[in-house]
Design a protein. Structure first.
Length: 255
């Protein structure tokens, strides 16, 4: 059974049975201080110093991203969150996010929803409100996902795909991912989203909708739509296949 079949089955049943190695958060809420509660092995707080003030009383919407990278094993998401705990202007890329949704269903929150994170850095409009910097009025959510893949010699690799060997570029084994994760969308290979990750993302969206009284459109902003010349995340597999049905479930619509 392929990825599309697995996801269709999950959506059709409206419940998810996950293997014992997968983590699915309980029903979540947002504390007055802006943190997901309750904390548990599936909901971690790893506070980052990489924050900015909001220009609005409360966040106006959610922007979806993917992390990139091979995403191999449960330690990968935790390592990404650890990288943004602090910031060195001389050595670090200025990036952060509010919540990282791991492939195994863990939610790792780095920035409270009372502050902005460094996830877009572009002007735009969120919830009908023009913002000089979208970071100051939105919530950034990273999906642990390798993104666009290349099929090279029968195996799959994520960016940057290659390394130099003498005068030649050859596939770099550091960026190889398991073939069962690859999904063909049109002519493009993409990394898939496991059911546990989708369920965790849905519970996160439900908590944010309950806390901020958002409409459906507030939950559907994409990094690629805000910065189309440089970004393609979270990719068509999320935005055109998974997210529409996830939001139907959250807002109780029938497809």
């Amino acid at each position: 059974m392929g990825w599309f079949d697995n996801v269709r089955m999950w959506f059709a049943k409206s419940t998810l049975a996950v293997a014992s190695s997968q983590l699915v958060p309980p029903i979540l809420s947002v504390s007055p201080e802006g943190w997901l509660t309750p904390t548990s092995p599936t909901v971690l707080h790893m506070p980052s110093s990489r924050t900015t003030a909001l220009e609005v009383p409360a966040p106006l919407g959610l922007v979806w991203h993917w992390t990139g990278g091979p995403a191999l094993g449960p330690a990968y998401a935790t390592a990404l969150a650890a990288e943004i705990l602090r910031f060195n202007r001389l050595t670090d890329r200025p990036a952060s996010w509010h919540v990282l949704v791991a492939k195994n269903g863990r939610l790792i929150q780095s920035v409270p929803f009372t502050l902005g994170a460094w996830h877009v850095g572009r002007s735009g409009t969120i919830g009908g409100h023009p913002l000089y910097n979208i970071n100051a009025g939105s919530i950034g959510v990273e999906l642990e996902n390798a993104g666009r893949l290349e099929k090279l010699n029968g195996e799959f690799y994520c960016a940057p795909y290659w390394h130099k060997q003498g005068n030649h570029l050859v596939p770099d084994p550091r960026w190889r991912i398991p073939a069962e994760r690859a999904v063909l969308r049109g002519t493009t290979w993409l990394d898939s989203f496991p059911p546990a990750q989708i369920e965790a993302a849905e519970k996160l969206v439900r908590a944010l909708v309950a806390r901020f009284s958002w409409k459906r459109e507030a939950c559907a902003y994409e990094h690629r739509k805000i910065d189309p010349s440089r970004r393609e995340d979270p990719g068509e597999l999320w935005s055109q296949v998974v997210l529409p049905v996830l939001l139907d479930r959250v807002f109780k619509m029938e497809r």
